[in-house]
Design a binder for this molecule. Structure first.
Ligand SMILES: [Zn+2]
Length: 332
């Protein structure tokens, strides 16, 4: 597989010198969906922030419905047909119904009621394992109770710039009778194309991060969002098919990636684990993980008319730079 890229050149007259100047923009196409992405010269579009997240956490804590003492009273329960207790717990993680549903079956799962403040560098493998396990149990329970709902995804908006309306860190599950646009596009890709993409990245090496067992991790060739990573697991197509070993392995990979984001100065991320219906022949369960702008007053959103209205990524953090920053942590 040839990874498609094209160089564009912009010409302008420098306002300081009055001389002509040129800028190069690289346009890449995602090998799976064909989405295009613009890799810009480094312009400082994703600045690190010295915003005091811990103080903001304390300020937003009074009245937080996900904190201890309130989570049981203020969050909605699941219907008894999904779970007799109304909530699903795994370790410290607690999963409940999403008050603001996005689908027939919408869940919210906190890493822990006690973790109102949870910066990226402190999201451990254990916390991720428990939270993912709660979401997997939710997907399984929904599919058993409502066999039409076969499309499951596990997602995260972490911190306000990512779309999270509540500060308290959590994941979100969606299980529905129909796919989202991206789930549909990803399931239309052939098994051969997934194999060819991963083969190409393994061979080229510059964006390939490693294999944690069943999951292969790469930096996106044509990212939709900054510092975007992808992971693929052949042989399973839905989060509902993740067993305890695979949940722990996925949690390990996510913890490595979030630790790297923390080192790179990022505080906010989105994640989507795109499920297809279970036992989907040739579809590898896969995910996207990407950074969002840091939380601070008058911040610049990383999502512009290009991402929102043209469905086109534009990032000034080159994927190859992200891969070098992450280094060999997936190979240890
Ligand atoms: Zn809280």
């Amino acid at each position: 597989m040839e990874l498609s890229r094209e160089l564009l050149t912009a010409e302008l007259i420098d306002p300081g010198t009055g001389e002509p100047a040129r800028t190069t923009i690289e346009v890449r196409h995602d090998p799976l969906t064909g989405h295009s992405s613009r890799i810009l010269p480094e312009r400082g579009l994703m600045p690190a922030s010295d915003f005091d997240l811990e103080t903001f956490a304390r300020e937003s804590q009074p009245g937080c419905p996900f904190c201890p003492g309130r989570v049981d009273q203020l969050t909605p329960k699941l219907p008894a047909s999904i779970h007799p207790d109304g909530r699903i717990t795994r370790g410290e993680a607690v999963l409940f119904a999403n008050l603001h549903a996005y689908s027939s079956h919408s869940s919210v799962s906190v890493y822990s009621p006690r973790l109102h403040y949870l910066p990226l560098g402190q999201i451990t493998r254990r916390l991720l394992t428990d939270n993912l396990a709660a979401q997997v149990a939710f997907a399984q329970a929904v599919m058993a109770a409502d066999p039409r709902s076969r499309w499951a995804s596990i997602n995260a908006n972490h911190m306000l710039p990512s779309g999270s309306s509540l500060f308290h860190p959590h994941m979100q599950g969606i299980v529905d009778a129909q796919p989202t646009t991206m789930q549909r596009l990803l399931t239309e890709v052939s098994a051969q194309r997934y194999d060819a993409y991963l083969d190409a990245e393994r061979r080229l090496g510059e964006r390939y991060l490693g294999n944690t067992g069943r999951f292969e991790w790469i930096v996106s060739f044509a990212p939709i969002a900054p510092a975007e990573l992808r992971a693929f697991a052949a042989g399973i197509s839905s989060p509902s098919e993740l067993d305890d070993d695979l949940i722990a392995e996925l949690a390990h990979g996510l913890a490595l990636a979030l630790g790297a984001y923390a080192e790179m100065g990022f505080q906010s991320f989105n994640c989507a684990i795109y499920g297809a219906p279970p036992a989907g022949e040739g579809y590898p369960l896969n995910l996207r993980l990407a950074c969002r702008s840091n939380l601070k007053a008058f911040y610049r959103s990383d999502s512009t008319f290009l991402e929102r209205l043209h469905w086109e990524g534009a990032v000034d953090v080159a994927p190859e730079v992200v891969a070098r920053r992450i280094g060999d942590r997936f190979r240890r």
